[in-house]
Ligand binder design. Structure first.
Ligand SMILES: [Zn+2]
Ligand SMILES: [Zn+2]
Length: 335
């Protein structure tokens, strides 16, 4: 198939379905890399984009948990060769010159961050483009379908575990045991921490335990007090954040990785008398991505997935929207 004209799934109206369309990619310049998409999994952020919760130009081609093979490289693309199996996540490029990029936190770039499927076509297509530093070699131990969800969901939850040095002797709480949360449970446990999962869907208890949680507690309460060193909030739901901050031990941390629908408010008591930290985290650095992929390949952490043909993406979107995805839907190339 030619990069001058290739198949893609395109949303032209906010909230509307994806329809068959076509795209073209001119020869890559600078450090651009063109990747032939093998699989692309469906992330909750794709849903936010499709539903118009977040602003993004139309036409929209979603998809940012991509595994494929390099087919073309720009003249300044280093460290990759044609045919290499790579993954591309939420971020496709950074300015390289701003305050965030200068300190190595390129995921926080404020000078022109490029998002894989915002303002540019994403992975629900035959080919996708990203910059070389954001194309990551996939370890052989990870197959395409199990690698894809790691590229956004995996990185998103692994990054705060790295940042807060989670390991043996610590207790981690994970709020929400879905696409993000189930990987948070698995990674935190594999790093040696004790993990308590929280969800409103108690039918996920067996899954949570199989991934290493000591228990899955009802997120509707009653909630334990001062029970965990780090609480990772992976849901996109509106929560009583003061009640959840009470689950954190004195001087512990509550970190948001899901995107709440409105402002986050907490009682000052927990922040002052408990000297607790409330923070957030967004994807991760390229170094953390590489560390996460290596850790997953050697520790045996894998996402729980179901697969479907990419051409059936509309069905997958409905399943995710209705909470029927278990846990990540990976779409396989058939366009
Ligand atoms: Zn994502
Ligand atoms: Zn920057």
């Amino acid at each position: 198939m030619s990069l001058d004209r290739f198949a893609a799934l395109v949303q032209t109206d906010v909230g509307g379905p994806l329809a068959a369309g076509s795209l073209a990619l001119a020869p890559p310049v600078a450090d651009e890399v063109d990747v032939e998409v093998s699989v692309c999994s469906l992330c909750h952020s794709d849903l936010h984009l499709l539903d118009g919760d977040w602003s993004a130009p139309r036409p929209l081609v979603p998809g940012h948990e991509i595994v494929g093979r390099v087919v073309r490289l720009g003249p300044a693309a280093r460290g990759l060769v044609a045919g290499a199996r790579v993954g591309v996540g939420w971020q496709a490029g950074a300015c390289g010159a701003c305050e965030a990029c200068a300190r190595g936190s390129v995921q926080l770039c404020v000078g022109g961050k490029e998002r894989t499927c915002v303002g540019r076509p994403g992975g629900f297509a035959r080919f996708v483009r990203a910059r070389a530093p954001f194309c990551f070699p996939i370890p052989d131990a990870l197959d395409d379908a199990h690698a894809a969800p790691l590229l956004c969901a995996g990185l998103t939850v692994f990054s705060p575990l790295e940042r807060f040095g989670v390991g043996a002797g610590q207790r981690v709480g994970v709020v929400g045991c879905g696409g993000l949360g189930h990987l948070a449970v698995a990674f935190a446990r594999a790093r040696g921490a004790e993990v308590i999962a929280f969800d409103t869907d108690l039918s996920r208890a067996e899954l949570a335990r199989s991934l290493g949680a000591s228990e899955l507690r009802d997120a509707r309460g009653p909630l334990p007090e001062r029970a965990v060193d780090l609480l990772l909030v992976t849901t996109h739901a509106a929560l009583d954040f003061s009640a959840w901050l009470a689950v954190v031990r004195l001087e512990g941390t509550m970190c948001l990785v899901g995107v709440p629908p409105g402002p986050v408010t907490v009682d000052a008591d927990g922040l002052l008398d408990g000297q607790k930290t409330l923070t957030g985290s967004v994807v991760g650095t390229p170094a953390t991505m590489r560390a996460m992929l290596t850790f997953a390949s050697t520790s045996g952490v894998r996402p729980v997935i179901e697969t479907a043909p990419l051409s059936r993406a509309n069905d997958a979107v409905v399943a995710l929207r209705e909470g029927r995805a278990r846990m990540r839907i990976v779409l396989e190339q058939d366009l």
